[in-house]
Design a protein around this ligand. Sequence first.
Ligand SMILES: Cc1cc2nc3c(=O)[nH]c(=O)nc-3n(C[C@H](O)[C@H](O)[C@H](O)COP(=O)(O)OP(=O)(O)OC[C@H]3O[C@@H](n4cnc5c(N)ncnc54)[C@H](O)[C@@H]3O)c2cc1C
Length: 370
Amino acid sequence: MNIAIIGSGLTGSLAAISLAKAGCRVDLYERLTDDELINRDRTYAITHSSRKILEKNGLWKQFESHLVPFQYLNIIDYELNKKFQFLINDLSISDKKYLAVGWIAEHKNVMLTILKSISTIENINRIPTSIIPNTSNYDLVVVADGSNSNTKKKLKTPSLCFSYDQMCITVKVLLRGVKSNEAFEILNSEGPFAVLPLGGDLFQIICSQSIEKGKYNMSKSKSLFLDYLSSILPYGIDLDTIVDEPKSFPINFVFNYLFFSGKYIYLGETAHKFHPVGGQGLNLCWRDVDCLEKLISNKFLKNNHSFIPITYSLSRIFDVLSISIFTDSLVRYSRSNSYIFSLPRKFVFFLLKRCPIFRKFIINAMTNGF
Ligand SMILES: Cc1cc2nc3c(=O)[nH]c(=O)nc-3n(C[C@H](O)[C@H](O)[C@H](O)COP(=O)(O)OP(=O)(O)OC[C@H]3O[C@@H](n4cnc5c(N)ncnc54)[C@H](O)[C@@H]3O)c2cc1C
């Protein structure tokens, strides 16, 4: 099959590798240079679903040396003043042997590893442009040009979009009083935030808060910003230094529920973008890639490729919809500080602590999808 992929971000690039390995001839279109693709300051939580996809594509060994594993995932609810820990033992038997609840990766290393792999695969042709000259040459066009996709706009594909009245602030810090193998997901009434290990004392803070408060905090001097961060960290964790410049970005929700238009198939952030809470973003994008690869490897669909878009759409809807509802509920749960919600919140924590089946269901849904 001849396939065009628009966009060489982490979704488009992994799709190129995966589909080329499945025997397709791939033209990969990207408007940015490699330096621009690599030098993005983002940190990802990698789950077991991504680990399996990377293993399948022969990339896991190259990735592993750049990843920081964590063995403890702490969930803290500030409103209830309660803490709970997911452990390796909560994972399924096949995931347990990797001795990590998940891994943290920096964008630079992930992108570099993927681009290196692409350069060794013969049937991927990288084309540095934003315009495909003739789409009739292709059996399928994979659209992976991000959440502001121009292709999607041109094709007038309907999607459900809204902006949260929140922004996300990310910053690297040195911390004391925390182990280098633990991650935190903190439910705070301002908005959920995560503390992710980057090796040794270095951690990434990703916090969401109201746009008004976020702008105010971003305008603070470094020392006042450090004081602010210290005030929101869990008791017992001390902040030593801010290592880089804090960055902020708006948070919106995009759900392209059709997943395709004719022979154009939407993957990654072109199809869905959620609140960063729960670290599901990249993992969900890569599950799209895996699903498409499985369909293209199917003998019947390979010979009848006009059925691939609709089959892809039906195969992805449940996982994407479930994760979108799950992350959105987590945001609303975190911000619901009214006493009416206190009882259900206590009940959820009770179930997490006392009911191993519930705990395993939640961690397996977070790590392997639905
Ligand atoms: C500011 C920011 C911070 C983020 N932080 C996190 C985080 O901390 N953790 C996390 O898990 N996720 C994070 N995400 C989300 C994460 O980056 C994405 O889930 C992941 O990168 C996969 O994206 P993608 O490849 O689908 O889209 P993108 O990364 O947006 O890639 C789309 C690519 O398409 C290219 N393109 C666009 N139009 C065209 C065209 N017409 N022709 C050719 N190429 C085109 C773009 O140049 C780009 O390279 C963040 C996203 C943003 C925007």
